[in-house]
Design a protein around this ligand. Structure first.
Ligand SMILES: C[S@@+](CC[C@H](N)C(=O)[O-])C[C@H]1O[C@@H](n2cnc3c(N)ncnc32)[C@H](O)[C@@H]1O
Length: 283
């Protein structure tokens, strides 16, 4: 009876969290066509010439780099709801650009200047391939953002797109501080997070000097990932909770925040701005 009770509670909890995955039921918007794309067979051959794609990008003639809609497609839909008039000539930095999905969307939606950075050559080759099919002016640069020398960027940007990258960084707070000094307006952060379940608790010493005591704490954590515990991917380092993400962004200098938006239990998007007025409507 005790075991049955425990198992059925676990099942109930899982069911509750499954209901919190509305992004899985959103249909993606129809895509626009690139002008004069290569023929369908050539596009399929191009896609197949790469052994692995992470992003689903439309290349024209009904051909996508991946058959199934991915998280980043839903992330873009969420960002788009905050951009009623598009990017309005803004300059955009896309960090961890991968095959350049967000750079392409930015260019197609009115951004004036778009720079995408990634440290993986194989992804930058994909980005360049997709960019050339769309004939868009996008500047891709090979950069390890954990080792970024700020002066090498040579400019500031209105908007930083920082999706799917925070948990890959060894030095997340330092990089967010650099992003704040590169950013005139807003940063879009989408990241893996610790589940916001209320039962998460750590016992840590807190309080003024000399009177601090071990106290239960429910938020403001970041979990270190030493090896392959998350998705078997050795490039994951830190998983923060929501409050930790917000606290790091405040520490970096961002002042105004959108309501956090969840994609499932452990992916969260938040927009942070430096001033109350932003290209992105966060209210
Ligand atoms: C999970 S993918 C996210 C891609 C894209 N931003 C998105 O949201 O769909 C992470 C990307 O960040 C890149 N990346 C990871 N660590 C990086 C680093 N230190 N510097 C630059 N790029 C990095 C990876 O190569 C990969 O393309």
């Amino acid at each position: 009876m005790g075991l049955f009770h425990t198992l059925s509670n676990v099942f109930k909890r899982r069911t509750i969290w499954r209901q919190h995955e509305p992004w899985q039921s959103i249909s993606p918007e129809p895509e626009i066509e690139p002008s004069n794309p290569p023929d369908r067979e050539s596009l399929i051959a191009l896609v197949n010439s790469f052994p692995y794609w992470y992003q689903r990008i439309y290349l024209g003639q009904g051909v996508y780099t991946l058959p199934v809609v991915q998280l980043h497609n839903y992330v873009w839909q969420t960002i788009k709801t905050m951009l009623p008039d598009g990017f309005k000539g803004a300059s955009i930095l896309d960090v961890g650009t991968n095959a350049g999905y967000f750079c392409i969307q930015a260019k197609l939606n009115g951004a004036a200047q778009v720079v995408g950075v990634d440290f993986e050559d194989r992804y930058l080759k994909q980005a360049e391939t997709c960019r050339s099919i769309w004939k868009l002016d996008i500047d891709y640069r090979q950069t390890d953002i954990d080792q970024l020398q700020l002066h090498t960027m040579g400019q500031r940007f209105d908007l930083v797109i920082f999706t799917g990258i925070l948990y890959h960084l060894k030095n997340p707070l330092g990089v967010l501080e650099q992003m704040a000094s590169l950013c005139n307006d807003a940063i879009v952060v989408e990241t893996e997070v610790i589940s916001p379940r209320h039962r998460n608790v750590l016992h840590v010493r807190q309080g003024p000097l000399g009177r601090s005591v071990v106290t239960p704490s429910h938020t403001g954590f970041m979990k270190f990932i030493e090896k392959y515990e998350l998705n078997g991917d050795g490039s994951n380092w830190w998983v923060p909770d929501e409050e930790c993400v917000l606290g790091m962004l405040r520490t970096a200098g961002f002042k105004y925040f959108s309501q956090p938006h969840y994609f499932g239990e452990t992916r969260m998007l938040v927009v942070a701005t430096q001033q109350p007025q932003s290209i992105l409507q966060i209210a």
